[in-house]
Design a protein. Structure first.
Length: 332
């Protein structure tokens, strides 16, 4: 096995000091361009790779950013990861993506791995914490810039948050359906163990209250969010034959519910009114277009980068940023 190429290897090879090599590889202004280009060319030829952990121990810091997502099957998460990766590349950040499947233990393992490589920051969609996990000691995150995306959960006491304010959009969705003559408006959303689940259900109930409609427990379906949960909930509503309209409060939930309607022959917009959540490209192709609650992706990614680059000492409240979702009415 070939020996690892180090800064000292390059220095010996070129006959210059290892300090000059180090400065050249770090873009130090005191190194002449000719020397810098020579060092970089030889480093590439020898296959030199920076040791991020060693840089961190020297106090140089790393440019590693962790991104923890439940999955990337969800088009929103996939688009956000793509946007953030592109932006990080522009600023020479290295993005490492971990998938947690909304599992607390998997999330903790990923956070520990990011600590071990001295990650500068982590952007995380927090997983729900089950009762059995509440007593577990979470990974120590002091020294890491924690940015929570979409949801919030106490993690290190100084985390920032990039959130979506969908309160008005969900409430407006209920009011729109009521204005179309619907009085049995169902809701499918995430369980209250998630902050986003609590907030979206509250927005739905607010919409009912504005329309002076009573909440019918049979028309409210909440559980851990997934494609299958959305489908099962929609099928249960179809069997009851009570709901005339459905509002969804989650990306995968929405796709699962829409799939259940289409495969059961209940055309959205005809047999049952439907307002989804998120706006994947195929929503414009189905049944004259799927009405939905659209979430801005690019602004979320850009704001995330701004927080990553900022090292101020603002309070947690001052590091919380909300972007408003938009109700889009189409054929359904």
């Amino acid at each position: 096995m070939a020996a690892r190429v180090t800064i000292k290897t390059i220095a010996r090879d070129l006959g210059i000091s290892h300090m000059t090599v180090s400065r050249a590889l770090s873009d130090h202004p005191n190194v002449q361009k000719e020397t810098r280009d020579l060092v970089r060319k030889r480093a590439a030829e020898l296959g030199y790779v920076k040791n991020a952990a060693a840089m961190a121990m020297r106090g140089d810091g790393t440019k590693i950013i962790g991104l923890l997502l439940p999955n990337i099957v969800n088009e929103f998460y996939a688009r956000f990861a793509n946007e953030l990766a592109s932006i990080c590349e522009t600023f020479a950040f290295q993005l490492i993506i971990h998938l947690t499947n909304d599992d607390f233990v998997t999330e903790q393992h990923a956070l520990q791995q990011l600590r071990e490589v001295q990650a500068k920051a982590v952007v995380v969609v927090p997983a729900p914490v089950a009762k059995a996990e509440e007593t577990q000691t979470p990974v120590h995150l002091d020294g890491i810039n924690v940015i929570q995306l979409i949801r919030q959960r106490p993690m290190n006491g100084s985390e920032s948050a990039i959130l979506v304010d969908d309160t008005r959009a969900i409430s407006d969705a209920v009011e729109h359906l009521y204005g179309q003559g619907h009085k049995h408006i169902a809701y499918i959303g995430a369980h209250s163990s998630l902050s986003s689940g609590r907030n979206r259900l509250k927005a739905y109930l607010s919409g009912l209250e504005k329309c002076r409609l009573e909440m019918d427990p049979d028309l409210v379906k909440t559980a851990p969010p997934s494609f299958s949960m959305g489908g099962a909930s929609a099928n249960a509503l179809i069997r009851k034959e009570r709901a005339t309209a459905i509002v969804c409060g989650g990306f995968e939930i929405s796709n699962g519910a829409l799939n259940a309607l289409l495969t059961s022959g209940k055309k959205p917009g005809e047999a049952i009114a439907f307002i989804g959540y998120g706006d994947p490209s195929f929503y414009t192709w189905i049944e004259g277009g799927i009405s939905t609650i659209s979430v801005p992706v690019t602004p979320l990614a850009e704001q995330t980068l701004q927080v990553l680059r900022y090292n101020g000492n603002d309070s947690a409240a001052e590091r919380t940023f909300e972007f408003e979702a938009q109700l889009i009415i189409r054929g359904t």
